[in-house]
Design a binder for this molecule. Sequence first.
Ligand SMILES: [Cu+2]
Length: 260
Amino acid sequence: MNKRILAALTTVVLGFGLIAGIGTYVAAAKNDPGIVVAQSAGSYTAADGKAYPQVKLSLNVYPNSQFGGQHGAGGGAHPDYVTYSAGGPNGEVLSGAGSGSNFEVPAHSAVTVTIYQYDSGESITNDFFAHVRGTVDGTATFVQRWDTKAKANISAEQQITNIPADVVGHTFTIHGISDKKSQLFVSVPLMMSKDEEVSAAEEAGGYTQFPTKTTFTFITGDEGEYVWNCEFPCGDGTIARFGAAMSTMSYMSGHLIVKG
Ligand SMILES: [Cu+2]
């Protein structure tokens, strides 16, 4: 066979092998099978006077997976991946029961989510995702510095509609297409924590005492299954930083199950 043709064929075969290998690797990556059910929290009256049953969810965003949680002891397969996980009501780190990346909320209800963001950050690629979208009033309640030990705000609580695009840690973005009829789109930017405090805490084997805290409420429609993900490119070491933690379920993405 002509040497050039042989070389080309070899390249093609190697390419197929590589793709098959990547496919097998992705399929073998363990996803989080658990579901965290949002806690009932009375009722919520919207600006138009309509009352909804209310539920609450507390989430944490970590600079690595070493706390365990849905990833397993020591962080499992990817201890260095940035990740979301359900946490305690004051930002407590949950290593086992109660953690996870799939959330169940009731249909036609007000869902109030509080997210403690323990990671640093940078500029977001698309400024669209530095804005609060799809929440009631189009706002979120933001605390730049929360003290996890004192369980108190250090900086003043403020209502926000966006954050500066160059200090984004991650975003919590629920995408609208579900398997049923109601659509949902919610996206909230989460400000970075102080870089030097995040690094110092990581070196000491923990997380900063002072995460940012963001709270927002959205109203669900009919039942259906949605996905949520982060729109900040935080898959370090990959092309355009959209691989690794960004392309593996249960780190920077998961399910939002709306149940009727
Ligand atoms: Cu992210």
